[in-house]
Design a protein. Structure first.
Length: 138
């Protein structure tokens, strides 16, 4: 397993002389669709796609249901999903109400095992002439 990176030139437009600098950027690949993920799991588990699809949809629905109701959903081998709520600070108890909520988002915290795996992932450099991603197997 490795993260694929490429060298990229960039002009520093905020400098008067606008020098070109080089840095390494991670290659991005197309997003994996729900169907592609289901097919991958079905093939690796040797189970029917319909069974896997029902399980994946039920898991996603369960995560959504519990997180929006304030619960933290934890997978021991993966991580935890939770709701993050950002609120405005107020000076008095009377001002503290639901209107002080500024933003609500879904958060994810990977577990230690997944973070360690990410840290151990190697890096490979691919030379690219143009800005398109090459056909590199992940």
């Amino acid at each position: 397993m490795a993260i694929t990176v490429r060298k990229k030139a960039e002009k520093l437009s905020f400098r008067e002389e606008k020098p070109t600098v080089w840095h390494v950027r991670q290659l991005t690949y197309p997003k994996i669709s729900e169907d592609a993920l289901i097919e991958y799991i079905a093939n690796s588990a040797n189970l029917p796609k319909s069974t896997i699809k029902a399980c994946v949809l039920a898991i996603a629905e369960g995560i959504a249901y519990f997180t929006v109701n304030g619960h933290r959903v934890t997978f021991k081998s993966f991580g935890a999903f939770y709701m993050k709520v950002r609120v405005k600070t107020v000076k008095s108890l009377e001002e503290c109400n639901t209107e002080t909520v500024q933003n609500m988002t879904l958060g994810f915290m990977s577990n230690t095992q997944l973070r360690d795996l990410a840290k151990k992932t190697g890096v490979r450099l691919v030379e690219i002439k143009e800005e398109t991603a090459p056909n590199v197997e992940p």
